[in-house]
Write a protein that binds this ligand. Structure first.
Ligand SMILES: [Zn+2]
Length: 113
């Protein structure tokens, strides 16, 4: 397949990628991994990627094959993998739950005192 351009999609900051993240299944530390996919700009699939920053080597942009480097997180312990967006959402949800628990506990200690 002819490659007409390249793009890198982080979906997060480089800080987030290097940070330690825990597996929601087993609690093991996740590994950041890269995945290269070829996306044709003429397909609906292309909408899932940020291709506006793509570096193209050929004429035009429509119906070009772009080699997109993306990242995901992989758990070496249980084999579960997380898309970056998925992990961000899970962690956000977890933080909300923790906050609810903390608020609940402080309310409880107040009534005890
Ligand atoms: Zn795991």
């Amino acid at each position: 397949m002819k490659i007409d351009g390249v793009a890198v999609n982080y979906d997060c900051t480089s800080f987030y990628l290097k940070k330690q993240h825990m597996c929601f299944g087993c609690g093991y530390i996740l590994e950041a991994r890269r995945r290269d996919v070829v996306v044709n700009t003429g397909t609906p699939e292309a909408k899932k990627y940020q291709l506006s920053t793509a570096e193209t080597f050929s004429h035009g942009f429509s119906h070009s094959n772009i080699l997109v480097t993306t990242f995901f997180f992989y758990c070496p312990s249980c084999g579960r993998s997380y898309e970056v967006r998925e992990l961000i959402n899970l962690e956000r949800e977890q933080k909300r739950k923790e906050k609810r628990v903390r608020n609940g506990l402080s309310g409880f200690s107040l009534t005890v005192e």
